[in-house]
Design a binder for this molecule. Structure first.
Ligand code: MCN
Ligand code: FES
Ligand code: FES
Length: 911
């Protein structure tokens, strides 16, 4: 131990510290200054940035031994108060920069130093500053952050007043405006406590957990020896499958009856077999995290290695053994069978294109590592807090496995630092539940490090797409065929649903009357497949959008033109691939807006080419459905309080997208009729003990489905409050007249139908979102490096509920599409284990010239005309980038990510 005298947020403090500990650890664990967040703990993400003697420092890599006495340290907690926020904090709120908010404190501290050194930076200088300080954001695409710094700088130079940083509503209306989300102030002050922060606030007897994980992908588990581990310092218990009181399985909830598995394929703690690297075999519970981790290293596993199938093609080979004995490795097949037989059409058609394409195992790269905690609550319920984005769904998936009655189980969502869908899979929840019961109810916490977070959370399932399309002389699409495989990893959860998305979205956006498209789900030993923003559509469009480009090339027409000739148009009888009538016809207007931008870029870029640098523009279109298939529904409750305020209860889980502002706005738009203002609406969200089953926040369904349920609840209350003369009753008047003050709103997509299991035909979604992507790229032909220099997107999400939220969804989602197209992957268990190693885009990888154009076609079944928006931006940006690379160089790439070596190889092949 050493004694240090430090000046922290203006006050002198004497601390006793371990010189080997990082500054971040001391700030967080000794001083509970948890605004300093740990994303990577290895200097790659900047979430831990604090100011040390005037410099922006990543405190996770600064050892206390190096921090001298009298060092002046500033953290986010020291730069503003709720009444007097720093201009950067206000600007962060005003520009919607705090989506999940996990990166916000680090960015703000970093920017504060920048503005101290350079009060008038250019946008490029801001971007470069964040780049060299390794500030990462996974949600915002960076542009709003640069906007915020530029505005804060103006305020600090006296050119703008603080008040103008925040949107203020005119009158009592917030729908369609940039009203600030309720959680914004906590996020920018570092007081929005994520799971790892809450874990630090737990009582002294809390058990800290560490996992014993498999280091090979496929094996028989013949024994677990934890005799040495048990004797290690601080250890309370080593928990194995023998301690699990229930079935020890997570149910994958088979969605479709023709699935060959039963969904009970995933152990909570491995008992007979290891199915993938990282599988949890035991949990060590100890007094500190360090003790738990040290002891975990002492657990010895007796494993008999089995052949490992690391891709779909390996797992379907004839000699491959069944990964789950009794269930074939290909366990699900879906077919899109629409219109006439396609083979004769293909034969006759003047133009046919056929491609093989590969869509990669994209990692989610949420910056907050997975984490959670468990305890027994005051009503004796096993209570788990986690990042779950489906609290009721997950309860149903794990209670039997843990061995607890559903009514004795409570799941609460913590503030989440981004999930992008991986939290559709309930792993952490089941491990915590098992541990808490095995420890006789002792509270416990489990926090992954970034390595575990990357290697042991679900991934986007790779797809091998084989697509064939035919057109007539005029470029009218005649037919489409497909034969595709999804590599879903070892666990079946939602694998059938994902594969069904290939039936629903391959070829979507175009009037194709005849389709035969077969897709199969394959069990492998690589990372398990979980939901990821866009869910099935990036794979689908990697097939059909790339094929459209090749078809246009065969016909000698522009790919934009081929698409335009085939889009959904009213009165033509066109339908989606599943035979559903589009709910609106907005594509023509969107293409009309895109056309001049695309052609202007094409002409301009062609003139910019040099020997070394080639320029091109690409185009692709994406469509996505809002909802779970068929008659998706949701619940939301509302209550009028004695003081005239209103409380809304729902389980619209928040990844960071803005469930809070969504709920507030949906309720307010109706309640405002009675003079209720936004500050009179309280939100109670995401706790199975308190909030109704609104369904998971996946499939971009919440704005439509839970938004509608919230609207309906508000309408029920307003109708009850309305007096015959048109004025509204107060709470006291309601009580006096015996009128209930609590209402349960519900909404169901009643016009929808499930897709037929034989043909895939049906009307699965009440609403769709539509988006066009126009990237402009620069390709260095010497290195193969591709840079996106400008990006335009045209979107239709129906009525916009909150403008900065939707802008933020588009910037962030498209940026993930850039990563998908160019850099991100999780394939190699040695290389792809850090945020940087997985290819996450840093600020300078994303263009600042990033433009969003909206058309707002009201949706008949959307709340106030709104559709969803979360997933549209990650549908088809990547084929658009490949199309731009082709336009620039003539090299056709059909596998992502198009990393430099792949582009270089394609360029060399041209020669
Ligand atoms: N919205 C709006 N107007 C519209 C449509 C949507 O203002 N016309 C707002 C909604 O109120 C909501 C947000 O946009 O705040 C997204 O709405 P919606 O598309 O309904 O999606 P969900 O709320 O169901 O959120 C889930 C969706 C998915 S599936 C993933 S994955 C995802 C995403 O949203 N993960 C995210 N966005 C994310 N954003 C962040 N920052 N972090 C994630 O992990
Ligand atoms: Fe410190 Fe990532 S840089 S936590
Ligand atoms: Fe930046 Fe979520 S807001 S990581």
């Amino acid at each position: 131990m050493v004694k240090k005298r430090l000046v922290i947020n203006g006050l002198s403090r004497t601390l006793l510290v371990n010189p080997e500990d990082s500054l971040a650890k001391v700030l967080r664990e000794q001083l509970l200054l948890t605004g300093c967040k740990i994303g990577c703990d290895q200097g790659q993400c900047g979430t831990c940035t604090v100011i040390v003697d005037g410099k922006a420092v990543r405190s996770c890599i600064m050892k206390m031994g190096k921090v001298k006495d009298d060092t002046v340290i500033e953290t986010i907690e020291g730069i503003g108060t709720p009444e007097d926020l720093h201009p950067l904090q206000l600007a962060w709120m005003g520009h919607g920069c705090a989506q999940c908010g996990f990166c916000s404190p680090g960015f703000i501290m970093s920017a504060k130093v920048l503005l101290a050194e350079n009060p008038s930076p250019t946008r490029e200088e801001v971007r470069h500053w964040f780049q060299v300080h390794r500030n990462l954001c996974r949600c915002t695409g960076y542009k709003p952050l640069v906007d915020a710094v530029m505005d804060a700088a103006k305020v600090m130079r006296g050119e703008m007043v603080k008040e103008d940083l925040i949107f203020k509503p005119v009158g009592n209306k917030i729908l369609g405006t940039s009203y600030i989300r309720p959680s914004a102030a906590q996020k920018v002050t570092g007081t929005w406590d994520y799971g790892a922060d809450m874990a630090l606030q737990m009582p002294a007897n809390t058990a800290r957990l560490a996992l014993v994980q498999a280091d090979i992908p496929h094996a028989l588990l013949k024994g677990i020896d934890y005799s040495e581990a048990e004797k290690m310092p601080g250890v309370y218990k080593v928990i194995t499958h023998k301690d699990v009181k229930g079935k020890n399985r997570i149910s994958g909830l088979i969605t479709f009856a023709n699935n060959k598995g039963d969904g009970w394929d995933r152990p909570i703690l491995c008992d007979e077999k290891i199915f993938q690297i990282g599988d949890a075999v035991a949990i060590v519970a100890a007094d500190t995290e360090e003790h738990a981790k040290e002891a975990a290293k002492k657990v010895k596993l007796d494993l008999e290695a089995l052949p490992a199938y690391m891709s779909a093609m390996e797992a379907i080979a004839e000699d491959a053994i069944e990964i789950h004995p009794g269930t074939p490795n290909i366990y699900y097949e879906t077919n899109c069978i629409k219109g006439e037989e396609t083979a004769p059409i293909m034969e006759r058609a003047p133009y046919v294109a056929e491609i093989d394409a590969y869509s990669s195992r994209q990692p989610h790269l949420h910056i907050e590592p997975d984490c959670g905690l468990a305890y027994i609550d005051d009503e004796g319920r096993l209570t788990v807090h986690s990042k779950s984005i489906g609290i009721h769904l997950h309860s149903a998936m794990i209670t039997a496995g843990i061995g607890i009655e559903p009514e004795k189980f409570r799941l609460v969502q913590n503030p989440a630092g981004g999930t992008f869908g991986y939290k559709f899979s309930p792993t952490m929840e089941a491990l915590l539940g098992v541990a808490c019961l095995a420890l006789d109810g002792r509270p416990c916490s489990l926090v992954y490090d970034q390595y575990q977070n990357i290697t042991y959370t679900g991934k986007r399932s790779p797809a091998f797409m084989h697509i064939k399309m035919a057109a007539d002389e005029n470029g009218k699409l005649l037919a489409m065929e497909g034969d595709n495989y999804i590599d879903h990893g070892p666990y079946s959860e939602f694998g059938d649903l994902l594969t069904m998305r290939l039936t629903q979205f391959t070829g979507a956006g175009y009037d194709i009357r005849n389709i035969r498209n077969k897709s199969q789900t394959v069990c492998t030993n690589h990372a398990w497949g979980s939901a990821f923003r866009g869910y099935g559509s990036p794979q689908s469009f990697m097939g059909s959008e790339v094929c459209m480009d090749v078809l246009a090339e065969k016909m000698g027409i522009d790919p934009f033109e081929l698409r335009y000739r085939n889009i959904y148009r009213e009165g033509t009888g066109c339908t989606t691939p599943t035979g559903q009538e589009p709910e609106v016809y907005c594509l023509e207007e969107m293409y009309d807006k895109a056309r001049p931008i695309y052609y202007e870029a094409k002409e301009r870029l062609a003139k910019m080419n040099t020997d070394k640098l080639k320029y091109g523009v690409g185009f692709a279109a994406g469509v996505y459905g809002c909802g779970l298939d068929g008659k998706d529904g949701s619940f939301a409750n509302i209550q009028l309080n004695p003081d005239g305020t209103v409380t809304v209860f729902n389980s619209w889980e928040d990844h960071g997208q803005g469930a809070d502002i969504g709920t507030l706005t949906m309720a307010h738009e109706t309640l405002r009729e009675a003079g209720i203002t936004p500050d009179m609406i309280k939100l109670v969200m995401n706790d199975t003990a308190l909030t109704p089953a609104s369904g998971p926040a996946g499939g971009s369904r919440s704005n439509v489905v839970t938004g509608n349920a919230t609207r309906v609840a508000a309408e029920m209350l307003i109708n009850a409050m309305r007096k015959p003369d048109g004025t509204f009753r107060t709470y006291d008047e309601m009580v006096a007249e015996n009128i209930p003050t609590f209402y349960e709103g519900t909404w169901v997509a009643s016009a929808c139908t499930d897709c037929d299991l034989e043909t895939g035909q049906g009307a699965p979604f009440s609403n769709y979102m539509y988006q066009l992507f126009i990237p402009e790229v620069e390709v260095n032909v010497e290195t193969g490096k591709v840079r996106i220099i400008r990006f335009t997107t045209v979107c239709d999400f129906g009525t916009i509920i909150n403008k900065i939220v939707v802008d933020g969804q588009v910037y962030g989602g498209c940026t993930q599409g850039f990563g998908l197209g160019l850099s991100e992957d999780f394939e190699d268990y040695k290389k792809h284990t850090t945020l940087a190693g997985c290819g996450i885009p840093y600020p300078e990888d994303v263009p600042d010239d990033f433009n969003i154009i909206y058309t707002e076609t009201p949706r008949p079944l959307g709340p106030y005309g709104a559709s969803g928006c979360g997933e549209g931006p990650l549908t088809a940006g990547h084929p658009a980038i490949l199309s731009a690379i082709y336009n620039a160089t003539g090299a056709r790439i059909t596998e992502i990510p198009a990393r430099p070596e792949k582009v270089k190889a394609a360029l060399d092949a041209l020669k």
